[in-house]
Design a protein around this ligand. Structure first.
Ligand code: FAD
Length: 337
């Protein structure tokens, strides 16, 4: 009773990275609350899926395995979560802020009248004093997310409704195995009892998956370009440097909006969150909406004509200069060594 629950997304038999990141966070929250962590996996051909989640410190995994449950459709997944949460009464329920989580989370929270904070970037446990009503609350989930275009950080609490529900952006939390030997229980969900036949009204006949060739989320080195790069043609310099040093090309939103790079390369609040070993920011000013997506990079090199550019505050090394001069020198240097 009153545990932390994480809805785990499945793609071709694999639990999504964002779900593993949430299990890692869920384990920490459960430890703080001295309760258990439970995972829910809904899909088809899930044999052995528990082995993917248990190492993240899961005490119980609920599995709903039925061929009508994969690929994801809204109604059956909603029915399973709503019924399970009504029975188990979690104090916290988390899911990824993905297209699935953004569809499923609000439906579940509305059915349970629980409220939901979307797109969180941090979750912590804290207390709250409601001075007006003279009430004290212990161990609430502080749901933290940027608001007003990233200009403020909002902390949202939900003192009276349960579960406290949140969706969390991909990549903002680290995934960390607790122990490969971690052993939890497995509970199979009887799909016929949880899902009404009319919930299966939508049938997926065929799926065409567009496989992205871009993988900036997991790249160890990123050469990112901003509006200061000046043109799509100049971005070729970034691509060349990235190829030489084994990295991927990223971009600021201004560079994407200007058509210098594709949207899938956008880093920041409305793009991807990255944490590479090396981030080379070329002609990027360093507005908060951009740095929100790269500030956890292990090392940052900023190349900018403006010695006072805000990105420099995040940089380990600052090169004050024009990318048209600096990048060819770097490429030459790396090629020679
Ligand atoms: P600019 O701010 O125009 O900076 C260009 C930089 O290039 C300057 O510092 C300049 O000195 C330098 N420069 C110019 N010429 C050269 C040269 N030849 N050589 C070297 N340096 C040069 N932004 C994101 O990046 N990601 C997001 O996800 C994102 N989400 C947003 C969400 C919302 C709701 C809003 C309101 C904004 C968002 N933005 C996002 C936009 C953000 O506020 C900034 O506008 C954007 O990051 C600026 O991009 P930039 O640094 O490339 O451009």
């Amino acid at each position: 009773m009153n545990n932390v629950f994480v809805y785990c997304e499945i793609e071709e038999g694999q639990v999504a990275d964002v779900s593993l990141e949430l299990l890692t966070k869920g384990r920490k929250l459960a430890d703080d609350l001295k309760c258990e962590l439970e995972a829910i996996v809904i899909g088809h051909e899930l044999k052995g899926v528990e082995k993917q989640v248990m190492p993240f410190g899961v005490d119980k995994v609920w599995i709903a395995d039925d061929k009508r449950l994969y690929p994801y459709t809204t109604l059956p997944h909603t029915s399973i979560l709503v019924k399970l949460f009504e029975e188990e009464k979690p104090q916290i329920a988390l899911m990824g802020a993905t297209s699935i989580g953004r569809d499923l989370g609000p439906r579940v929270s509305s059915a349970l009248h629980s409220g939901l904070t979307a797109d969180c970037t941090s979750l912590v446990i804290g207390d709250h004093e409601d001075k007006k009503n003279k009430k004290e609350y212990k161990d609430l989930l502080y749901q933290i997310r940027p608001a007003f275009g990233g200009n403020i950080v909002a902390t949202i609490i939900n003192p009276d409704c349960r579960p406290q529900m949140a969706t969390v952006r991909e990549g903002v939390m680290k995934k960390e195995i607790v122990s490969d030997a971690y052993k939890g229980k497995v509970k199979n969900i009887d799909v016929e009892k949880y899902v009404k036949p009319e919930d299966f009204v939508i049938k997926v006949i065929e799926r065409h998956m567009e496989k992205s060739k871009v993988n900036i989320k997991n790249a160890g080195i990123i050469v990112a370009g901003g509006y200061g790069v000046g043109s799509k043609e100049n971005f070729a310099l970034l691509t060349e440097l990235a190829e030489v040093i084994g990295g991927e090309v990223g971009a600021s939103r201004a560079a994407v909006d200007a058509g210098f790079a594709s949207h899938e390369r956008q880093i920041g609040q409305t793009g991807v969150t990255v944490r590479p070993k090396l981030y080379i920011a070329c002609g990027i000013s360093g507005q908060i909406q951009h740095t929100a997506g790269m500030e956890e990079s292990a090392m940052v090199i900023a190349i900018n004509t403006d010695k006072n550019a805000p990105i420099n505050a995040f940089a380990d090394y600052v090169i004050t200069g024009d990318i048209a001069t600096v990048l060819p020198k770097m490429i030459k240097q790396y090629k020679e060594n």
